[in-house]
Design a protein around this ligand. Structure first.
Ligand code: NAD
Length: 494
């Protein structure tokens, strides 16, 4: 990544109103309905862009273009050449780093420094990683009969519908785009309606990198119309979705009608478990970033801290101090460590949960309120005296709110860690290596962090089970999502 000063980023992030059309078949096109919707800067509530709204007819145009590219230039391109296109695409993201960081920050409210450190480098890393895979997706020779040559090839699954959430639009978008393209698929991508800007821009850069028209189509629009139309479309072969369990269920029900393949990355209520022999300074430092990073809008946020009864009060005290030290404010300021919540609606949901927790009898030790009346800022919030069964300990809040629950022994810790409907991630802090290993074995989670919290890397599988969804992104697991094995039998006696 190039070095870019914070001052330069801040200049790029001074918002100017833009008007963006759909990106279909390599062209920027008007939506057939002629409708546009407003996109707001969550730090100010101001309109920063008006964006074309795709409906079912636009989705159909995009799917047709994707099918043509699949059967045409992209599908016919040599795998190694596809890898080179992805490498060029990654280089263009790097070359446009300043613009992309500013755009993502404006659209989501993330601090510029966070996008510079996390979102954009992760997106580029993902693209480069899968660029390397493009010509390494092999079949196998599997001897079945002595008079036949029997082997498999892995073929692209076809046209992929990617439905992306608003919390990491660029990074999660790339978690879908990069492996799908490496596998030779073509894509219709619908960004979340509140954060469509980075997807539209990277769609343009992909064309500049040499991606044939129609290979990556970007169709902003609403879930109930554009998203639903993707699920219903008979010519989309696979839906890859990241978002809420509610919408995940709707997608699964819709896909049952046409038997599309579906991968679901859904929510979480991850436990971060602190034993009495843990290094409390490191544990609470990581626990604070585990919940307050990205204003808590992270599927794997450590939104439940389980603290051993003998260190409970100290954990509450340290977490309260750490929450108070967070600098919430203007995402373009260099000292800001937490920006706003992404929208007014989400801010209200988060504040409603603060009311729910208070009524349930938990104690707010810090935060619990909106900050100011411009933009959608919520103070980092710590709930103490939380009982495991309370709603704030069971339901995903998706904001900067942590619930601290007591546990009494190892069995109690594991039972509480596993005691929600989610199974995405978990953390454990202890100096006893046997204990952390027993925990890692027994916890129901797709990822376990031991004496650390929150890392992801495209090389390691990512995903969950139960209400956290199914299927895995990242690594070679994602290649399974976007390819289909074909068995070939050749008679040797002709
Ligand atoms: P959401 O489910 O409301 O929306 C996600 C996407 O689905 C958006 O693009 C939306 O337009 C679309 N959508 C909405 N209704 C639809 C429908 N009926 N048919 C098709 N598409 C539809 O989620 P969100 O509010 O954008 O994101 C927050 C949720 O995502 C949280 O629950 C969070 O935990 C989850 N999430 C999970 C992961 C993960 O990797 N497991 C990562 C990020 C976010």
């Amino acid at each position: 990544m190039p070095e870019i000063s914070h001052a330069d980023l801040a200049i790029s992030a001074s918002s100017k109103l833009t008007r963006k059309r759909l990106l279909i078949d390599g062209q920027q096109v008007e939506p057939l309905s002629g409708r546009y919707f407003d996109v707001l800067n969550p730090a100010t509530g101001e309109i920063i862009a008006v964006v074309a709204e795709a409906d079912a007819s636009d989705i159909d145009r995009a799917v047709r273009a994707a099918r043509r590219a699949l059967e045409g230039p992209w599908g016919r391109m040599r795998a190694a050449d596809r890898g080179l296109v992805l490498q060029r695409f990654a280089q263009l993201l790097e070359d446009h780093a300043q613009e992309l960081i500013a755009l993502e920050s404006l659209d989501t409210g993330k601090p510029l420094a966070a996008v510079q450190r996390q979102d954009l480098p992760a997106a580029i890393d993902t693209l480069r990683y899968y660029a390397g895979w493009a010509d390494k997706i092999n079949g196998q020779v599997i001897p079945a009969r002595h008079d036949a040559l029997t082997y498999t090839v892995r073929e692209p699954i076809g046209v992929v519908g990617a439905i992306v959430p608003w919390n990491f639009p660029l990074m999660i978008g790339m978690w879908k785009i990069a492996p799908a393209l490496a596998c030779g698929c073509t894509i219709v991508l619908k960004p979340a309606e509140i954060t469509p800007l980075s997807a539209l821009r990277i769609g343009e850069l992909a064309l500049e990198a040499g991606l044939p028209p129609g290979t990556l189509n970007i169709v902003p629009g609403f879930g109930k119309t554009a998203g639903r139309a993707m699920v219903d479309h008979p010519d989309i072969d696979k839906i890859t979705f990241t978002g809420s369990p509610t919408v995940g269920r709707e997608i699964l029900a819709g896909a049952a009608g046409n038997l599309k393949r579906v991968t679901l990355e859904l929510g979480g209520k991850s436990a971060n478990v602190i034993f009495d022999d843990a290094d409390l300074d490191s544990a609470t430092k990581a626990a604070a970033s585990g919940i307050f990073f990205n204003s808590g809008q992270v599927c794997s946020a450590g939104s439940r801290i389980l603290a051993h009864a003998s260190v409970y009060d100290e954990v509450v005290e340290r977490m309260t101090a750490r929450a108070k030290a967070i600098r919430v404010g203007d995402p373009t300021q260099s000292g800001t460590t937490m920006g706003p919540i992404v929208s007014e609606l989400q801010m209200k949901r988060v504040l409603d949960y603060v009311d729910i927790g208070t009524k349930e009898g938990a104690t707010v030790t810090t935060g619990g309120t909106r900050i100011g009346d411009r933009g959608y800022f919520v103070a980092p919030t710590v709930f103490a005296n939380v009982e495991h069964e309370m709603r704030i300990s069971q339901e995903e809040i998706f904001g900067p709110v942590v619930s601290i629950v007591r546990f009494f022994d190892e069995a109690d810790a594991i039972s509480k860690a596993n005691g929600t409907k989610y199974s995405l991630a978990a953390g454990v802090w202890s100096s006893d290596i046997g204990r952390v290993q027993r925990f890692a074995k027994q916890v129901k989670a797709g990822t376990v962090w031991i004496n650390t919290y929150g890392y992801t890397d495209v090389r390691l599988p990512w995903g969950g089970s139960r209400d956290s969804g199914f299927g895995r992104e990242h690594g070679d697991a994602a290649l399974e999502n976007f390819t289909e094995p074909k068995a070939v039998w050749m008679n040797l006696n002709v």
